[in-house]
Write a new protein. Sequence first.
Length: 147
Amino acid sequence: MLRLLIFVLLLISPMRAIAGTTDEVLAAYRGFADAQNTRDSIRIRAWLAEGPDLLWVSDGKSFWGADAILARMTGFQKAEVWRVEPHLAAARVVELGDGVAMLHMPLTLVIGQASQPGRLRFLVSLLFRKGEPGWRIAALLTATAKP
């Protein structure tokens, strides 16, 4: 009986770790999305990993480091309407290793004039690393979603 209990505990421990990682990564992403939607560059920067290897691939171009990413993002945020609408129900978190996970999901970017904003559909993949302050974005990769 004890062996069976130990076996069952060993089986569910990795599942609990994956579920915990998923919850933590999704919570981190929600914080990042909220910071974007409130156009709070200080909070946006806080969700980004430190260092020159931080990457955002946007419109087929690579932007390296927090300064370049924030400059590009704040340029977009000059639009009258700028809001990310992540489709979290379709999100998948893949644990790649200890303290490293990928979040992939569809997202709609609402951007433009208040009278008639555009709705651009993207697929986004974010690489998260867990460090001292918690989960931070190490890479953000975007592609236009195809129907």
